[in-house]
Design a binder for this molecule. Sequence first.
Ligand code: GLA
Length: 387
Amino acid sequence: MNLPLIEKVEQAHTQRFGAAPAIIAYAPGRVEILGNHTDYNEGFVLSAAIDLGIAMAISSAPSSACVLRAVDVNEEITVELPVKAPVEKPLWANYVLGVVNKLSGAGRIEKGFFATFAGDIPLGAGLSSSAALEVAAALGMGALANIHPSKLDLAKLCQAAENEFTGARCGLLDQISSLYGEPESLVFTDFRSLEVESVPLGADVCFLVANTRVKHSLVESEYNERRAQCEQAAAFFASTLNHPVKALRDVSVEEWKRWASRMDPVTARRAAHIVEENYRVLEARRLLAAGNLKGFGELMFQSHHSSRVNFENSCRELDALADAARNLPAVLGARLSGGGFGGSVVLMVHPAEAAAVGREITELYRAVFGHPCDVRVVKPSAGARLV
Ligand code: GLA
């Protein structure tokens, strides 16, 4: 955990509200290592909480007024309880207000509060700063109101908050990763049973995140459209196969091959991405346990290729990074991480090669786009907690 960040939030809170916070909660961002858009298809994902996050300081207010302060953008909003609907601006407030609304359903938030937050997750990098904000708010405000949901209930509550207060039909991946992360391990999640397992990584692996700093417009509507296309594909298989299909998780690669030509081509490609990606995650977990990092990395390259041609959630900048990574012998694997349409590529390398690969990738990116991408090492880290 980043101690200067905690101190920054504590000081800012005390300065603004005249008293030290009662509670400080911290929640990390996440990196998706393998398993793209598989969460809402009830499939599998390997992810990690990272060493970048959001800290929120909270104290009780004397009335039903709630004051939210975002230190990094120097903005503030005051709302009255009960919180029933999103606000038009600032947009960041809706992640917190959604949580307040949902927590009220889980117990009682009767008294107003003062909340101050800051973070070090680059925005728009595909590292889930929004989930970190939700989780920090839910943990901290829950504790203040003496509501202590389980990790899984917290994750679901935050997802519902985001779905309803921002309109993004996100799955549970970001919130689960932020809550269940463990140092030096990946989080393996089965999004049907919602069982979460920690998979040790070993000392030979290191992850770099190369942020394009590109965020293409319509990301949210594209995301929701992909989700709808997956549902359409699942409905096709449900009416075609002679076993129950609740989600694309229930369709095998062989079944996809057998029936794809009867589907509309776009829906078939979307389905291919999910069906094969689920297979890749299970295979990658097996390869990791066997110490086969090269095999694992190859699946990451394949995942990116599938995003590019099947799911069409990549973009020029992400493809340029994935191609550059493919040509560097020191890179074991690379792929886009998260929703796509901009954001970051995650690269798996041996720790000793990280600095050199970072420099090379930055230069290769600069050669194509005239400006560098932003490369940093991210460390799989512990999940959200009260400080
Ligand atoms: C975003 C969503 C997640 C997940 C990923 C893609 O991060 O919030 O629920 O769907 O995209 O895997």
